[in-house]
Structures are given as C-alpha cells and as structure tokens.
Design a protein around this ligand. Structure first.
Ligand SMILES: [Zn+2]
Length: 124
C-alpha cells in the first residue's frame, strides 16, 4: 500500500535533497497510530540521505537513513499520548526531545542490532 489517509509520501522525503527511501511499513504503522490518537502528526524528519547534515556526523547510518524512522513535532499532552501508544503499534525505538524549542518524538521500527538495543527509549 502506498496510499495513506493522513499522510503523503512527500512528507517523508529528505529535507536536504528530496530523496525518499522511507519504508512503507513505517507509514502503515504511523497511520494506525494516527487514527487511534485522532490529531494531526507533523513530520519534522523522515528519510535522511547519507549527505544530510545530521547523518553525515554519524559513524554508521542511523535509522532515518535506513528509512525506518520518523520525528513528529509535538509537545505536552500529545507527546505523552504518542509515547504511551507507540509500542502497541509496533514501534521499537522511542526518542524523546521535550525541552525548550523544537520539541519532537522520534519513532522507529528497528530490530535489535549491535549498539542499537530494541525495544528502547531515550532522551536527547
Ligand atoms: Zn538528502
């Protein structure tokens, strides 16, 4: 499936160059979570190519570069609702950035890897 009720594929493209290798499985899970929670998800980061400034700093490709991660701009009650429900929809990595400006929740569907324990929650 590549047609989602609340998301367009373009929302997940690399903000640096427009390339888009996001996994459809990630959006499928996000759509179910979105329907459960009932408020709009603002995608602040989806797929990131290797040349994206954030990925370029990493020693090995991160989950955004693998197309299996998304950052949702949100805060307060909505952020808590996303964190609370995410694992039940198959998200295995939950990153919490809820301080100051630019608040978001990172969700990914990575399997456990060396240096990438799953399931896992962290803060930035
Ligand atoms: Zn790019």
């Amino acid at each position: 499936m590549s047609n989602w009720k609340n998301f367009k594929l373009d929302e997940f493209k690399c903000k640096h160059c427009g390339e888009n290798e996001i996994e459809y499985e990630l959006i499928d899970k996000l759509q179910l979570l979105r329907e459960d929670l009932g408020f709009p998800f603002i995608i602040s980061s989806g797929y990131r190519c290797e040349a994206h400034p954030i990925e370029r700093k990493k020693k090995k490709p991160g989950t955004h570069n693998l197309g299996i991660a998304v950052d949702i701009a949100c805060s307060h009650k909505e952020a808590l609702q996303i964190v609370s429900a995410a694992e039940g929809y198959g998200f295995t990595g939950i990153g919490v950035n809820q301080k100051g400006n630019g608040r978001f929740i990172h969700l990914d569907i990575s399997k456990a890897e060396a240096n990438r324990p799953r399931p896992h929650i962290w803060s930035y």
